[in-house]
Design a protein around this ligand. Structure first.
Ligand SMILES: [Zn+2]
Length: 511
């Protein structure tokens, strides 16, 4: 039996399970040879069982992924059936029956009723169905967020115990990283965890310096989560990505699939952040930086281990696929010990990766926790997909603009661009639109774009100001992509949410 989790009330078929995955062929690498899985060499013909992988959580996450994605993936087949109904007498009724049965909602009546004039308006029905799937998904998983918050309290305790009073993670906006927190790193929603996504992991250094100031002020004023004299640190993490199967085509689009360039760019921003604080506040010792690389084909991470001065090297890292392979078959204690040893040993490497000794004890413990969490994810991909994701490239269902949906963090569900104004976020937006011109427009489907911001209900007037901001962003997007808009190939949806996690979604009409 699977664990009970969000989505269990709706019977949904499972993601491809290993019994079926046995029939899967190893994918071809870029040079045409069959790939060898970096963590489990016997894949795809044998199932991996790592002693530290959390099977119950993997089962629950598989159901979440399947039920969220299924809401979106049923849309096109249903629309094909609707289009085939043609001008039958009871078209509206039949179309709505199909929609209710397979999608769980009705189509907008006005759109169906117009069908007899110019035929079925597939782009409008498609977009409205995507936005309905999104709203239903948020509703379904807001319950889950409350559970995560409870779990997050133990994450907060772990972070403070490791000597961190805030962790701020920036990743690439690529949809394949959308499951970074719940899946790849297994980090629940938490008060001490901030997240953002930017094309190519080119995060906003100034914004993060402001966030650092807010975190330090809070410690000074409220003593939360640690007092200002306690010596805990603010940790800034950057996550870049590459593809082991096809490194020169399926890597980070923002860096032309050049993993070295992607790494260097992320490291450079981390160093600018740290240096910026040191220069302005002469207290650089209170910040730590960490660089993580992700293989989007297997979800295995590598963690670049800082030295005793907190400095990073592109050449000094622990590869978790290697660790999985090395510890497979060990008992839990041996496996844990091997992971801790790997982190210690990497600090002794010479040559280009040489650094000034080991990082502090809390950093080593945090890295070990992240690596152990990620072992479960490597096994998740092995168990549900035969080791490698079948959608090795882009397959996002919509573009998410603004603050993003905390509830919907699943691989390839959305291309996420975190932005406050279109002028500032235009590079990220353009990358997203380029991806969707290929994914949707070339197939005759429009681009669904969901603009979403959160507000603080404690601050008077904030909600009204956020609505105005959202409408301003929507108008700027329409102006920038007027060609798509006039061709009926761009649909926008606006929503806001109180920043308290698990709050209901409030739709904002876009004039
Ligand atoms: Zn990227």
């Amino acid at each position: 039996m699977r664990g009970i989790g969000a989505g269990d009330s709706i019977p949904m078929p499972m993601a491809r399970q290993f019994s079926q995955a046995e029939a899967v062929q190893a994918p071809r690498q870029f040079d045409g040879t069959p790939a060898v899985h970096p963590a489990c060499v016997s894949l795809p013909t044998r199932q991996c069982h790592h002693v530290l992988a959390n099977k119950a959580e993997n089962d629950r996450l598989a159901r979440c992924e399947e039920s969220i994605k299924q809401r979106f993936d049923e849309i096109v087949p249903v629309l094909k059936e609707v289009a085939a109904l043609g001008a039958s007498r009871d078209f509206t009724e039949q179309a709505n029956r199909l929609a209710e049965q397979h999608l769980g909602h009705r189509f907008p009546d006005a759109v169906l009723e117009r069908s007899w004039i110019h035929g079925v308006d597939v782009p409008t029905l498609y977009s409205s169905s995507v936005f309905s799937a999104l709203t239903a998904g948020v509703e379904q998983f807001s319950q889950r967020i409350h559970q995560e918050l409870a779990d997050g309290q133990s994450l907060d305790a772990l972070l403070v115990d490791c000597g961190f009073h805030a962790v701020n993670v920036s990743a690439c906006a690529d949809g394949r990283l959308k499951g970074l927190f719940p899946y790849i790193l297994r980090l629940p929603a938490s008060d001490l965890l901030r997240r953002s996504a930017f094309a190519g992991t080119l995060f906003d250094v100034e914004d993060d310096i402001l966030d650092w100031q807010a975190a330090e002020l809070r410690r000074f004023r409220e003593g939360y989560p640690s007092t200002s004299d306690s010596g805990t640190r603010y940790l800034k993490v950057a996550v870049y990505h590459g593809s082991s199967l096809d490194p020169t085509h399926q890597g980070c689009a923002a860096h032309q699939s050049n993993e070295k360039v992607a790494m260097e760019a992320a490291l450079e921003r981390l160093q600018q952040f740290r240096q910026g604080i040191e220069n302005a506040f002469c207290c650089g010792a209170s910040t730590d930086i960490l660089l993580i690389g992700l293989d989007t084909d297997t979800d295995a991470i590598r963690i670049h281990v800082p030295d005793s001065q907190g400095d990073l090297s592109l050449f000094r890292f622990v590869d978790n696929a290697e660790l999985y392979k090395k510890t497979l078959g060990m008992n839990a204690d041996q496996a844990r010990l091997t992971i801790y040893e790997a982190i210690e040993n990497v600090s002794d490497v010479g040559g280009w990766g040489q650094g000034a000794g080991k990082p502090h004890d809390g950093m080593r413990r945090l890295i070990a926790n992240l690596l152990i969490n990620n072992l479960s994810q490597i096994e998740y991909v092995a168990e549900n997909y035969g080791g490698w994701y079948p959608d090795k490239g882009h397959g996002e269902r919509f573009i998410s603009i603004g603050d993003g949906f905390q509830e919907l963090q699943v691989r390839n569900l959305a291309y996420f661009a975190r932005l406050d104004t279109v002028e500032e976020g235009v590079a990220d937006l353009d990358v997203g639109v380029k991806i969707f011109r290929h994914l949707n427009v070339e197939q005759g489907l429009p681009i669904p774009m969901a603009i979403h911001y959160s507000y603080d209900a404690n601050v008077p007037g904030h909600k009204d100001r956020i609505v105005i901001k959202l409408q301003r962003v929507a108008a700027a997007i329409r102006a920038r992509y007027s060609d798509l808009l006039s061709a009926g190939m761009l649909y926008l949806h606006g929503s806001i949410q109180d920043q308290k996690l698990g709050s209901p979604l409030e739709e904002v009409p876009l004039p």
